[in-house]
Design a protein around this ligand. Sequence first.
Ligand SMILES: *[C@@H]1O[C@H](CO)[C@@H](O)[C@H](O)[C@H]1NC(C)=O
Ligand SMILES: *[C@@H]1O[C@H](CO)[C@@H](O)[C@H](O)[C@H]1NC(C)=O
Ligand SMILES: CC(=O)N[C@H]1CO[C@H](CO)[C@@H](O)[C@@H]1O
Length: 378
Amino acid sequence: MLFKYLSAAFLAVAQGAIIKRDSPKTLKLDFHVAVNGTANGITKRDSVDYDLQNIQTEYLIELTVGSDYQHFSVALDTGSSDLWIPTPDAVCTNDICLAYGSFDPRTSTSYTDLNTVIKDYYVDGTFAFGDYGKDDVHLPGGNTLNQFQFGSMNNISGNVHGLLGIDFPIFESTSYQSGEIYNNFPMALKAQNIIDQVSYSLYLNQLDAETGSIIFSGIDKAKYTGDLVVLNISTNDVSVKTNDLVLNGQSLNFQDDIILDSGSTNINFWDKNIVDQIYQELNSNSNGLAPCDQPSDKFLTFKFDGLEVDIPYSDLVRPSNQAGKCWVGVGYYGGVKENLVGDFFLRKVYVAYNLESRKIGLANAKYTDEEDIVDFWF
Ligand SMILES: *[C@@H]1O[C@H](CO)[C@@H](O)[C@H](O)[C@H]1NC(C)=O
Ligand SMILES: *[C@@H]1O[C@H](CO)[C@@H](O)[C@H](O)[C@H]1NC(C)=O
Ligand SMILES: CC(=O)N[C@H]1CO[C@H](CO)[C@@H](O)[C@@H]1O
């Protein structure tokens, strides 16, 4: 999750119109799900005040860039807006930064230097600095995204190794620096006629699955149960409003915006009172360490207009390195007054983001290999 409060002045942006399409064009990218513990030492940016060292999940997308087809993997992030990759000689505070490949602008003859600095700051206080450039991104299926703008980073703090940010363009580094925006990944895909619409659907698959997928400008109707409930995006970010949060049948009286952030692992609340009530219910200590043996017939339920998403307590914990103790996937987000829901929530749902109509479709996920990809209808 990008630190988004450097300049609120740029956040008022006009609402896009729905585009009428004749023949739908979609792009599906599969990702590798990396959970800390299965893919050595992966971490990503998450809540500020919560120690997440032991439960980190990333959705790794492999990209191929440049005239010399350089490969690297970046983490898909619906909570930031730039693509960035470390350079081979990047100065990093953690070796993880080069573990998934790098991009060397000097060896690609199709690279164009933009002579512009990129500076991304994240909510946990970490940052990635570098230079913007443009180069060709070779996509699966044979398409090429020509001269796409991204950052080659040479100064990286924290435990990250590259991000594919697909949030609204107002959160691009240029936007904070000069108020200008450029076509980020989903926008460029549309501008170059590879997809029809600036929209995408996320299927994270079940807890122990190793793969998932994102479909740009398409919805896989096989991957959810019931109807996809269409909600308005409720803030400047990819968020929707809840009607309530229910803990083992008890209302927590929670009507608030939640940001559906693939760059977060936990379900993070700014209201510590909500976190405390959940910890208490799961017999957790104040650090979020609870017994692993949690019931599967008691639920934390998110209520929306026309949809309930039940998360069994047993799916709210992941193993720690202390015997019998697990980390609870709920945290206190001490940064600003917003709620970020990551992997622990997103795995339970199928979520379709339409950044043009500013609507989000949500349904309970159905874990299956079947596929029925259609165009967005909202
Ligand atoms: C990286 O950026 C930090 C923060 O601005 C700065 O203190 C540090 O000197 C930079 N490191 C390099 C190698 O440029
Ligand atoms: C959603 O937004 C539309 C305008 O785009 C508005 O007409 C409608 O009332 C909103 N619905 C809700 C539930 O806020
Ligand atoms: C569950 C697990 O293996 N967690 C590991 C995650 O990574 C940190 C440091 O990188 C280890 O200390 C944990 O043991």
